[in-house]
Design a binder for this molecule. Structure first.
Ligand code: C2E
Ligand code: MG
Ligand code: MG
Length: 587
């Protein structure tokens, strides 16, 4: 231990009884792996051990360690004032972290403790905490990673995505011309995969999707990509520093295409797609959360369009979403306050026979807006989960009405009630029990009920197919509604468990003017007949259309030419009148 004063200050002389203790103490201080300095309140050093000298030396290029405050002036200039301001004995500075100028082999960080022992003496300890600081930094980094990483896919998580979007927005604001693209990706029908194949398969699917997204990201071109998982079946792709705004569309389509390829999870190829909502930001969009909200609105539009596609956000979507919100609230009330009712449109044999069936069509008597057509509220009901209640109401009303007609009209009553079934209703097995129950409640045979489904619905996943077969096994007739507007072709018809084909109004209305449509209708009727299916032409408005349809072999039709959809009492009168004039039904 080097003393800046005389050796006598330290105590016993060599050879005295305390000498060995003194030497041991000196040895201890000499070897201590911590820097120790004794100084006067003005900083002048009286004792300093080698470790302290080693730690302080890089701070004093001239090698002068005579004053502690002078030595530390460049990195901790506040020390002198701190000591001057302290009169009480005790700790003056505790664990002060001092960053040192970088140099080869020198510590990066010192920890300083300074204590006033008495009015004349300060004691300082100095330690090299570079390793500790580095360890702390790494821990903070790991902690950051853990809080910013999605456990299932190892992609960055929602928090990381929000930070990245916020960073991108800030850049857009500070650097004019910068653009940020955000794609919100939501898996189509993920719930169905989870339910039918189990959560393990669902998890594998999400991991595969994450891999595909990162694959896309790596092959990125002029933009900086980043994929993250927001949670559940939702991902986000951030396109930073977009030079070409058109890139958003290009990448959005690439995401849709990449995710639509079959997946090898769960033993057999799995087909699922994704809906993507895209937002192009220039910095004026508010917060990162706002951007994700906008992307979510666009994504829902993509879902409404049938999924497996991308849609660009437009400001009007916000208003439409608000209107839908209102509609949803009102529709809930409509169901409880019995504002919904059912109208009936006859379906009859085109050769002038009796009306053998009626189609039940729902209406909403809105307290302010009057009668609202179904296409204005069925999609909302499907989206917000009200379709189950709505569908059950229509089914119950329609079957009850058929039972009433059968008991009051006798032979004039239609043999068949046709009820539209929505996509969401076939999403669960509940529909089977409901149909069975409603038939039983009204004392009807299953043969008296026809359920209309749309083409896209019929072509859907296995569960839907299974339910359709179960309904058919009950004895219910299935009709393919709006045929010609969806995806199924004539070639696939034989795979569907349907007994009736309803040719869409768009074909009927062009029958007289378009040879193309005439040929299509004729082919449809032929194929249907060869498969043992009945045909019904929808939306017949003119006698010419009816004649042409008869000539092409279509057996049945419905349309304004015969009758518009009517409330029950009006339909009752119509049925009685029709039975009186119609030709008798031939078997
Ligand atoms: P859809 O099942 O194809 O029903 C036929 C639609 O065509 C009905 O419209 C009907 O009023 C209309 N229509 C019938 N004949 C003619 C005609 O000669 N000319 C014209 N221009 N239109 C005609 P509506 O009642 O507005 O129903 C529209 C769609 O809403 C239905 O199409 C069906 O898909 C759906 N829908 C109606 N009621 C229900 C329901 O209770 N449940 C479900 N899930 N969907 C329903
Ligand atoms: Mg229909
Ligand atoms: Mg239709």
């Amino acid at each position: 231990m080097r003393s800046e004063g005389s050796a006598d200050e330290v105590g016993d002389t060599p050879g005295s009884p305390g000498a060995s203790a003194h030497e041991a103490l000196m040895q201890f201080l000499y070897l201590a792996p911590i820097g120790l300095v004794q100084a006067a309140p003005d900083g002048s050093v009286s004792l300093i051990n080698p470790m302290a000298a080693q730690l302080l030396m890089p701070l004093s290029p001239l090698g002068d360690l005579g004053n502690l405050f002078d030595a530390l002036q460049g990195v901790a200039p506040q020390l002198r004032a701190l000591v001057d301001g302290t009169t009480a004995d005790g700790i003056v500075v505790e664990d002060l972290r001092i960053a040192l100028p970088p140099g080869p082999g020198t510590p990066q960080m010192l920890a300083l403790n300074l204590m006033r022992l008495d009015s004349a003496t300060l004691m300082a300890s100095l330690a090299d905490v570079s390793n500790t600081v580095e360890r702390e930094r790494r821990m903070v980094e790991q902690l950051h990673d853990a809080t910013h990483t999605d456990g299932l896919t190892a992609l960055p998580n929602r928090r990381a995505a929000l930070e990245r979007i916020a960073g991108g927005l800030a850049r857009c604001r500070s650097e004019p011309g910068q653009r940020l693209g955000v794609l919100l990706v939501n898996v189509d029908r993920f719930e169905a995969v989870n339910v039918s194949q189990g959560h393990a398969v669902g998890d594998s699917l999400l991991r595969s999707m994450a891999d595909r997204l990162t694959g896309l990201v790596r092959s990125g071109d002029a933009v900086t990509f980043g994929a993250a998982r927001l949670g559940g079946d939702e991902f986000v792709v951030v396109l930073d520093r977009l030079r070409e705004p058109d890139h958003v569309a290009v990448v959005a389509q690439r995401v849709v295409d990449a995710l639509a390829r079959p997946y090898a999870v769960g033993g057999q190829p799995l087909h699922v797609g994704a809906s993507v909502g895209a937002v192009l930001c220039d910095g004026g969009e508010g917060s990162a959360a706002d951007v994700l909200d906008h992307a979510a609105l666009a994504m829902r539009e993509a879902k409404r369009g049938g999924g497996g596609r991308w849609v660009m956000f437009e400001p009007d979507m916000k208003h439409r979403a608000a209107r839908r919100g209102t509609l949803e609230r009102e529709l809930r009330e409509a169901i409880t306050q019995r504002q919904l009712f059912v109208v009936y449109q006859p379906i009859l044999a085109l050769d002038g026979g009796r009306c053998h069936a009626v189609e039940a069509l729902v209406r909403w008597r809105h307290p302010e807006r009057g009668i609202v057509p179904p296409l204005d509220f069925i999609p909302v009901a499907e989206e917000c989960g009200l379709i189950g209640a709505l569908g059950l109401f229509v089914l119950g009303e329609a079957c009850a009405q058929l039972a009433r007609w059968q008991s009051t009209l006798g032979a004039a009553a239609p043999a068949l009630m046709s009820v539209n079934l929505s996509r969401a209703q076939l999403g669960s097995d509940l529909v089977l029990d409901q149909v069975r129950q409603v038939l039983a409640d009204n004392g009807l045979d299953a043969g008296a009920l026809e359920l209309e489904i749309t083409e896209t619905l019929a072509a859907q996943d296995e569960q839907v197919q299974r339910r359709l077969h179960a309904l058919r096994a009950l004895g219910v007739t299935l009709a393919l509604d709006d045929f010609g507007t969806g995806y199924s072709s004539l070639a696939c018809l034989h795979q569907l468990p349907v007994g009736v084909l309803k040719i869409d109004r768009s074909f009927v209305s062009r029958l007289e003017s378009s040879a193309h449509h005439r040929v299509l209708v004729e082919a449809t009727v032929r194929v249907a007949r060869s498969l043992g299916m009945d045909t019904v032409a929808e939306g017949i408005e003119t006698p010419g259309q009816a004649d042409e349809l008869s000539r092409l072999g279509c057996a049945n039709g419905q349309g304004y030419l015969y009758a518009r959809p009517m409330p029950a009492d009006e339909a009752t009168r119509w049925l009685s009148a029709r039975a009186a004039v119609a030709a008798p039904v031939t078997a």
